[in-house]
Design a protein around this ligand. Structure first.
Ligand code: FES
Ligand SMILES: [Fe+2]
Length: 333
């Protein structure tokens, strides 16, 4: 639980832990997310096939004598083998074999986390009460589509909470005063179950002058957000935010640009656009890293649907919500 925020540190939902291209068949990767040590691995492909077997995520520490499976562990016969005494664990967490023992003790098992691999992203389901997934990560039609470029990747580590980053999508006044967009956007926001949909008409400053555009945001919980920009060029930002520990989140941006008739133009416009989005994020970072969470906030007309956002946000905490900071201070004073 974080002292900076009056809600649990680790929200429920799907969160990215790697990209598909980072995990070849037979590869093992140590992870540190949700305040836990985990291991990600992918079984070997059957001989002579181009298949990419589904990856698995397990708790990292071996129940035998505690070695970390992500540091020296290897994939053998579809299992992960511990580097210390070679016990083998299946993707579902059961112990498949102990090379020097006849009997496998019942406690020889690791927690297996739900995993999906979609849109070139490897996602893990985190739920505070360990319930199974209640929704799925959507397929992104632009990914690997011939009319769109491949992903261009960026990554940051930020000292904040997922909820604070997602709130940015509905905080309209900051777009002008922090990011310098020419006019305040018109916004429609609507929340259905775990998806928050926000549409803004906006005038953006680009190296090509001011351009009128639309920004359409679909936040699937706090871990996976699709932002579609339509203006002089169509761009899609696949954005993931995964909680690392009590302090920080791991932020990944994957940009896709709809190809223009000329390759050079696609790359020039795409690069300029990405630079603008990076510039905006780097303006947000010092705000997020140093702000406090004010609840209830002092909202005025023109602030955007922040109240609605916060009601929607409540569904991603299976642990009980805490008393807001201001109320706690009042009680203790
Ligand atoms: S610690 Fe893993 S097999 Fe002994
Ligand atoms: Fe922002």
């Amino acid at each position: 639980m974080s002292s900076r925020f009056p809600f649990p540190r680790y929200p429920d939902g799907w969160f990215q832990v790697a990209y598909t291209h980072e995990l070849a068949p037979g590869a093992v990767m140590p992870l540190r997310y949700f305040g836990k040590d985990l291991v990600l691995f992918r079984p070997e492909a059957p001989e002579g096939t181009p298949l990419l077997p589904a990856p698995h995520v397990l708790d990292a520490h071996c129940p035998h004598l505690g070695a970390h499976l992500g540091h020296g562990g290897k994939v053998v016969d579809g299992c992960i083998q511990c580097p210390f005494h070679a016990w083998r664990f299946e993707g579902e967490g059961g112990c498949a074999s102990i090379p020097y023992a006849q009997k496998i003790p019942p406690g020889a098992r690791l927690r297996s986390w739900p995993v999906r691999e979609v849109n070139g992203l490897i996602m893990v389901w985190h739920h505070g009460a360990q319930r199974p997934p209640s929704w799925e990560v959507p397929h992104v039609p632009e990914f690997q589509h011939p009319e769109w470029t491949d992903y261009e990747l960026r990554r940051w580590q930020v000292r904040t909470h997922n909820q604070e980053m997602t709130e940015n999508a509905v905080d309209l006044a900051h777009l002008h005063y922090l990011h310098g967009t020419a006019e305040l956007p018109v916004t429609l926001a609507d929340a259905r179950e775990h998806v928050l949909h926000v549409v803004s008409n906006i005038v953006m400053k680009t190296p090509f002058g001011r351009t009128q555009g639309t920004i359409e945001v679909d936040a699937h919980g706090f871990g996976f957000t699709l932002t579609r920009f339509k203006g002089i060029v169509e761009t899609l930002l696949v954005n993931s935010v995964t909680t690392i520990d009590e302090d920080s989140v791991d932020v990944r941006f994957a940009f896709l640009v709809k190809k223009l008739p000329h390759k050079d133009a696609t790359s020039t416009v795409g690069q300029a656009f990405m630079a603008e989005i990076e510039r905006q994020l780097e303006q947000d970072i010092p705000i997020w890293e140093n702000k406090v969470y004010v609840h209830p906030p002092l909202l005025v007309s023109g602030d955007g649907p922040i109240g609605m956002f916060r009601r929607w946000a409540g569904q991603f905490y299976s642990e009980p919500r805490l008393v807001p900071v201001a109320a706690r201070l009042a009680e203790s004073g």
